[in-house]
Design a protein around this ligand. Sequence first.
Ligand code: FAD
Length: 310
Amino acid sequence: PFEVLIVGGGPAGAAAAIYAARKGIRTGIAAERFGGQVLDTMDIENFVSVSRTEGPKFAAALEAHVKDYDVEIMNLQKAAKLIPARTEGGYHEVVLENGASLKGRTVILSTGARWRQMGVPGEEEYRNKGVAYCPHCDGPLFKGKRVAVIGGGNSGVEAAIDLAGIVAHVTLIEYDSQLRADAVLQRKLASLPNVKIVTSALTTRVDGNGERVTGLSYKDRNSGTEHDVELEGIFVQIGLVPNTEWLKDSIALSPRGEIEIDARGETSLPGIFAAGDCTTVPYKQIVIACGAGSTAALSAFDYLIRLPAT
Ligand code: FAD
């Protein structure tokens, strides 16, 4: 059994493992895919103090740093169920999909999230070649170019406002007959000269030249007609889904399925902490996930040293 058992091996989990191991306590980390979303990222230009790196390189560095310490890494292990300890200070149990189970006196949940995809032809092929999901990360790559934002909820409209200040032109495409973002954001968006808003539109295809995105097609849901838009980039903003389906019976989640945490990374259950994109933390970024993972590990240590001696 572990004193700190971490579930999820992205930036949040790796940071938690390093911070826990540096306290000299028995630490284990189980991950479906060590590295997490960073493995699917091309360029990273906003990890403070590193001007530019690549996703797979960053993931390898995370793993190497964790391996500097005495941490048991259990890669390719998917957690299926969390059974909280029955008594304070007892062991929590994490049951893996393969039937095995791991025990931790504290558990740090850092299973991250995934971007909801449109599921249209060309999206997968041109991922990172014009199809993007994170305006904070990839917005500057489209400086002076034409882009579309798919989705008219808060994140889509925020992305469109953000991008309008960087790119030449933004087309915002919403499936519904009206935008769903807060009124104040909609007013701001409507005031921008280089933004076009298209509602009742279903994106049907991402077009490209084999190397990069060159446009998209959408269907007008009222008239049924198809339209083509020439552009260089497409930001898909139809939701970030936390990887918490396996936790819904055991821990408090927000209506969007995010693990509810406080400023110390504490969840609704004593001895169980959470960090990164799977939580209610505002803004989902690598540097933020690293900070949150460190916070959760320090909180777990704080919890452990307050337990009565057994
Ligand atoms: P994740 O990275 O999602 O890691 C989650 C971990 O949990 C993985 O190891 C996963 O395999 C594991 N896991 C999930 N479910 C289970 C389970 N049931 N059992 C066991 N393990 C499980 N951020 C930036 O700051 N800069 C960028 O340039 C940038 N670019 C991005 C580009 C792309 C294409 C994407 C998708 C994201 C990008 N981000 C960027 C966001 C950034 O990657 C995330 O904010 C960050 O990875 C979150 O870290 P995390 O540890 O919380 O979760």
